[in-house]
Design a protein around this ligand. Structure first.
Ligand code: PLP
Length: 269
């Protein structure tokens, strides 16, 4: 009986991100992915989008003091091991989040530098990219840009040759994060979904067979949250990234079992 009553210590993961009212991306996807991978999720919401599977119709950034109060509330009470950062909306929110992460120093920090949705809606002001670079990215254990976000972070075009790719890898390392997961899944001509895990002295390729589905809303949010969850559970970075990739691949494989909305539906956790 004693064994049954002993509370299990589930690692706690905080997601700092935007709300997606349709439930497919943002905070909602993060909480599902963190829970499904066996960690406990808590949240600090940076912005509330009015959104469905067809697109974003409005964005309400949360007042700064309230972003700060959410972070103080959870960090002062919960034993947060890993943090995932998603949508930050604007420069001021980036600065508050950076200040609080410097204060509370979580063991693991994964940043998904969210900029636009796959439907083309802007989730981060263009001018805020520079603030993201100077204030936040260098603190991260891992940043998870897709190719267009990676190019925007280093102020370049998409690479079109091996040599340009190498230049991009070098420039991404200079952003100062311990590792970069450069996601190639948006390259639709490729029959595989190839991502590059860029480490200080090596580059590892992660390959999964491309899953053909219209239901891929929230893919990036889900992947970065799953990785943060696996890091919180004590996995090495490369293991956590591979487990996260396995998790998003199976979530995409099951996505067509769900029929949610008229547009790009969510992946299935
Ligand atoms: N909405 C919110 C609040 C998000 O944080 C994100 C991505 O991070 C999205 C929407 C976009 O998701 P997708 O590009 O998968 O449609």
């Amino acid at each position: 009986l004693n064994a049954i009553c002993t509370p299990i210590s589930t690692p706690i993961v905080l997601t700092i991100a935007g709300s997606d009212s349709s439930g497919g991306a943002g905070i909602q996807a993060d909480i599902k992915a963190i829970s499904a991978t066996g960690s406990y999720a808590c949240s600090a919401i940076t912005a509330i989008t009015a959104q469905n599977t067809l697109g974003v119709s409005a964005i309400f950034p949360i007042p700064l003091e309230h972003v700060e109060k959410q972070l103080d509330a959870v960090f002062s009470d919960l034993n947060i091991v890993a943090v995932k950062v998603g949508m930050l909306a604007d420069c001021d929110i980036i600065k508050v989040v950076a200040k609080k992460l410097k204060q509370y120093k979580p063991a693991f920090l994964v940043i998904d530098p969210v900029m636009v949705t796959t439907n083309g809606d802007l989730l981060l002001e263009k001018v805020a990219i520079q603030t993201l670079k100077t204030e936040l990215l260098a603190m991260a254990d891992l940043i998870t840009p897709n190719l267009p976000e990676g190019a925007a972070l280093i102020d370049s075009q998409l690479p079109t040759s091996e040599q340009e790719m190498q230049t991009m890898i070098d420039a991404l390392r200079l952003l100062g994060a311990k590792a970069v997961l450069l996601k190639g899944g948006h390259l639709e001509q490729d029959e595989n979904s190839n991502d590059l895990l860029i480490l200080p002295n090596s580059v590892q390729q992660l390959t999964a067979k491309r899953v053909e589905t219209n239901n891929n809303h929230g893919t990036g949010c889900t992947l970065s949250s799953a990785i943060a969850s696996y890091l919180a559970q004590g996995n090495e970075l490369t293991t956590a990234v591979q487990l996260g990739k396995d998790y998003i691949t199976q979530a995409l494989q099951h996505a067509d079992q769900l029929k949610i909305g008229k547009g790009r539906g969510p992946v299935d956790h």
